[in-house]
Design a protein around this ligand. Structure first.
Ligand code: DX5
Ligand code: ZN
Length: 555
């Protein structure tokens, strides 16, 4: 389908909501494993997989094999978004007569494999990949396996076979979430090191101990290890895998079971259980509240931007905000597309290019070629026709489309028609031109107002807050509706970028927890508040959330 980073993210979010809806309606099903592979599936479906929902048996289609078939709600949700059937059909999940059963079944057109008899998907994939070679077809096979099913001997027979026959038109993913049906994989049948005395829910945090890749290497596979929730890493890994000839590739993806819903994360209970109806609206709100932290490198050493990029990488930024200033639209000058091109090879973290330049339409091509993942231009220097041109060009090139408005600018009338397909709206909270300025307080009210207008006009992108964002105000800016946060002086201006980003995240999380508690209280008073808190059983979440509820006098 060829969607950009932001569109893939949006579809992943919609798919997660559909998983909740389908399993809740069914009263059973597997959200945990559907969520751990959500980004992997999103990247495959909307960027790489060749398919035609109108012609599911098209001979040249790529094949997607879900070996961990219990995660069927995740597969079906994406199939609905991709157009195989209407989203409403997910309400028939696990019902008698439905084509959407608890495990994928061939009676659902588009499903390639009856997964769920665990451990068999890789063997099947090797077979169809070899068949493709014999038939001189160019299709590719993508297979998603669980770490629990790696207990099965058949997985390793298939691994040997694939290496022997040089099955390079096959890319396998290991959804390494460290949890299987009843408990942690490392307790039941360790894939990594012996963990005597370790707390299994914590061990995955030490990546140096992940030895699963060594097993696959010893079987002759090309092994790539990634964070399975970062779309840019999945994307780069698939590109690399597809370019590797003569050996099969496995992408070992460190994931979190239940990812996206705090109380499900890393909690074995959510392997196979549906959410109750009273908490579903709160979960939807949580899923709609995913956010990104974007450090702005101009707040650092302008003579060594390479180093600033490195600090963003070690700081684990979600994306990197690049403030381009031309000395005309704003008095200052920073850098242009040539610099972005130079910086591009340093990281695969998405580049969020914010163009504070005159006549952006004349320069947009250069910024596309420089390797931006999203490009934002200012409403003050566009009109319907030039922005339309920019919008279409960016979409064609699989790049996110952003529009920015200055503190004194409102959404222009011409912009409304673009709202449904905008990936980002930057709401400037300082007069653009330099970092280190103070947040303009009336932006709070403006953003809240804009958020309503945007929802009315079917906006599905991110509102990005840019200028003067600090630990003191980020929580309330999140509550106003922002979902991406630029941090110049408050992140890059700090010595410990990683610590600053972590604190930014913690503050947003705190605000998010409070908002979810507000919703619980609104919908079901203290009973629902208590129930919501009670769901958070892993780690220290429960106490922290309880404290917020007590402060709000909900308990
Ligand atoms: C302002 C820029 C911002 C700025 C952010 O013109 O668009 O991105 O650098 O820096 P702080 O967070 O310090 O305001
Ligand atoms: Zn900016």
């Amino acid at each position: 389908m060829g969607l950009n980073y932001y569109q893939i993210k949006k579809n992943v979010q919609s798919a997660r909501k559909l998983v909740i809806r389908a399993t809740n309606t069914a009263g059973s099903g597997h959200p945990g494993g559907s969520f751990s592979m959500a980004e992997i599936l999103g990247c495959i479906f909307y960027k790489y997989l060749k398919y035609d929902p109108k012609n599911p048996t098209w001979e040249d289609r790529d094949r997607l094999v879900l070996s961990k078939g219990h995660a069927a709600p995740g597969l079906f949700s994406n199939m609905a978004i991709a157009g195989y059937f209407p989203e409403s059909e997910l309400d028939t999940l696990r019902k008698l007569g439905s084509k959407l059963q608890g495990h994928p079944d061939l009676k659902c057109p588009g499903v390639e494999f009856c997964g769920g008899s665990l451990g068999t998907g890789l063997s099947y994939s090797v077979g169809i990949a070899l068949a493709g070679k014999i038939d001189e077809k160019t299709y590719h096979v993508y297979t998603i396996m669980g770490d629990g099913e790696s207990d099965e001997g058949q997985v390793w027979e298939a691994a040997m076979t694939a290496a022997k026959y040089k099955v390079d038109n096959l890319t396998a993913f290991l959804d390494r979430n460290f949890i299987q049906q009843d408990s942690y994989t490392e307790k039941i049948m360790p894939l990594d090191e012996n963990l005597d005395g370790d707390e299994p829910s914590e061990m995955w945090k030490d990546a140096s101990r992940w030895k699963t890749g060594d097993k696959w290497r010893s079987f002759g596979w090309n092994v790539i290890e990634i964070d399975g929730h970062r779309i840019e890493q999945i994307d780069a890994a698939i590109t690399k895998a597809n370019a590797t000839k003569g050996v099969p590739t496995i992408i070992i993806s460190r994931t979190i079971k239940g990812k996206g819903v705090e109380h499900m994360e890393d909690n074995p209970q959510w392997h196979g259980k549906a959410s109750d109806s009273d908490v579903v609206p709160i979960i939807y709100q949580e899923l709609d509240s995913q956010f990104m932290i974007a450090p702005s490198i101009i707040a650092g050493d302008m003579t060594n931007l390479e180093n600033e990029i490195k600090r963003c990488v070690t700081g684990r930024a979600d994306c990197i905000h690049l403030d381009v200033m031309d000395g005309q639209f704003v008095p200052n000058q920073t850098f242009d597309h040539a610099k972005i091109k130079e910086l591009r090879p340093l990281t695969i973290i998405p580049f969020d290019s914010h163009l504070m330049i005159n006549e952006p339409v004349k320069h947009i091509r250069n910024y596309i070629d420089a390797g931006s993942d999203i490009i934002t231009v200012h409403a003050e220097v566009c009109d319907e026709s030039s922005f339309g041109e920019i919008h279409d060009l960016l979409k064609q090139n699989q790049i996110g489309v952003g529009l920015a408005i200055n503190p004194d600018t409102d959404l222009p009338n011409w912009s409304y028609k673009f709202i449904p397909t905008l990936d980002q709206l930057i709401v400037m909270s300082v007069v653009p031109g330099k970092s280190g300025q103070k947040y303009i307080e009336k932006t709070h009210e403006k953003m809240r107002r804009l958020q309503h207008i945007l929802i009315e006009h079917k906006f599905t992108g991110y509102i990005e807050a840019d200028g003067g964002v600090t630990l003191d105000n980020i929580g309330s800016i999140f509550a106003d509706g922002a979902r991406a946060f630029v941090g110049g002086s408050a992140i890059i201006g700090q010595q410990d970028v990683r610590g600053a980003i972590r604190e930014f995240r913690n503050h947003v999380m705190r605000s998010r927890r409070k908002i979810l508690l507000d919703t619980a209280n609104e919908l079901g008073g203290s009973e629902l508040v208590k129930k919501w808190i009670g769901l958070h059983v892993v780690g220290e979440k429960q106490d922290q959330i309880k404290k917020i509820a007590q402060e709000a006098k909900y308990l």
